[in-house]
Design a protein. Structure first.
Length: 313
């Protein structure tokens, strides 16, 4: 550390600086290490969506790390406390300060808070970014599920393959009162609870979300999948499904609603049928992510389809 650091809650007045920091940190890291900076585009504007969504979803929880002398924003960490766990992400630090302990300084209070509450901390970490993987590993996170990041451009005329079984039964949910049944399913299958997140997607007031649901014969959900349609982040997830067939029906429906767009989504590497079917639809691997936790590896059932907005794991 060169200058002393001040940690404080991120404020709405920081959103422009936060967008600039996220863009700069990601472009710099991926360009200098992997020559892939261009994947984050040249515009800062799309990165405003992250602080805006997180401020609405978890007000007052994001951590800003500032230079104590100048007040400049040097790091940001978004924190998502839930009854079963605390989720973390995105974490980013200014390129010129990387490797000086700022990310660790932001994460340590979160880990301490989780320890006091007896909760695990969960996140999804890039397996191409060994700096963040090492940072999380050193702090005690252990990977439990590996995901393929798949990218797919949906033709204006729709995917060229036949829809999977039950794709026609997937319906769009818009009633916030459904958040409870979606949260119950996720808790049963994945052991995490985040009803407030599902209510947030269903209310659809910040960002631009679609919530797709496939019901069981008894009317309870067999699976659901959220899709971000916001032009700043076209991405599928979070979602959860009883089995691969349900997940495929949900994926198809969510992708079909994004004709003409390039979409990124994460599927578990172990879900062989989903992965092979997505390849047949034209999907390409663009990255790998590992879900990591500080607690015991969760005994999860079904299929998890995580996302980066909001971060889940
Ligand atoms: C990832 C990122 C947040 C790290 O921030 P940082 O401020 O440089 O991280 P810190 O200096 O606090 O900590 C880095 C830790 O990883 C360790 N580390 C880095 N590379 C390592 C390696 N190859 N093997 C082992 N440890 C390694 C460092 O030693 C340090 O650990 P220590 O505190 O125990 O010494 C930063 O590089 C960044 O913003 N990257 C771009 C955005 C991004 O990709 N974010 C993560 C995904 S959302």
């Amino acid at each position: 550390m060169t200058a002393p650091l001040v940690l404080r809650p991120l404020a709405a007045a920081d959103h422009d600086a936060t967008a600039r920091l996220l863009h700069r940190a990601l472009v710099h890291w991926y360009e200098s290490r992997l020559r892939q900076g261009s994947r984050f585009g040249s515009s800062v504007e799309p990165f405003r969506l992250f602080p805006e969504v997180y401020a609405a979803l978890d007000p007052g929880e994001a951590i800003a790390a500032c230079d104590a002398d100048t007040g400049a924003l040097l790091g940001v960490t978004f924190v998502h406390p839930r009854s079963t766990h605390i989720a973390v992400g995105i974490v980013a630090t200014a390129p010129e300060t990387q490797g000086r302990g700022i990310a660790r300084a932001m994460l340590e209070p979160v880990l301490e808070r989780a320890r006091r509450a007896g909760l695990p901390v969960r996140l999804v970490s890039s397996l191409l970014n060994l700096d963040s993987f090492s940072l999380y590993s050193r702090l005690g996170f252990v990977p439990h599920t590996i995901f393929q990041d798949l990218a797919l451009t949906i033709p204006e005329t729709g995917l060229r393959a036949a829809p999977p079984a039950d794709a026609d039964r997937v319906r769009r949910a818009t009633d916030p009162a459904e958040a409870g049944s979606l949260a119950k399913l996720e808790r049963e299958l994945q052991g995490i609870e985040r009803e407030g997140d599902h209510a947030f997607f269903l209310r659809n007031t910040v960002g631009d979300w679609r919530v797709w649901v496939l019901d069981h014969e008894d009317g309870s959900p067999d699976g659901f999948l959220v899709a971000s349609h916001h032009p700043s982040c076209v991405m599928l997830g979070p979602g959860v499904a009883h089995d691969e067939a349900t997940a495929l029906a949900l994926l198809w429906r969510a992708l079909d609603a994004l004709r003409g767009h390039s979409v990124v989504f994460l599927v578990p590497c172990s879900a062989r049928r989903i992965v092979q079917t997505c390849y047949a639809w034209g999907a390409r691997n663009v990255e790998l992510h590992a879900a990591q936790t500080t607690g015991p590896a969760p005994v999860a059932r079904g299929i998890a389809l995580p996302t980066f907005l909001p971060e889940s794991g």
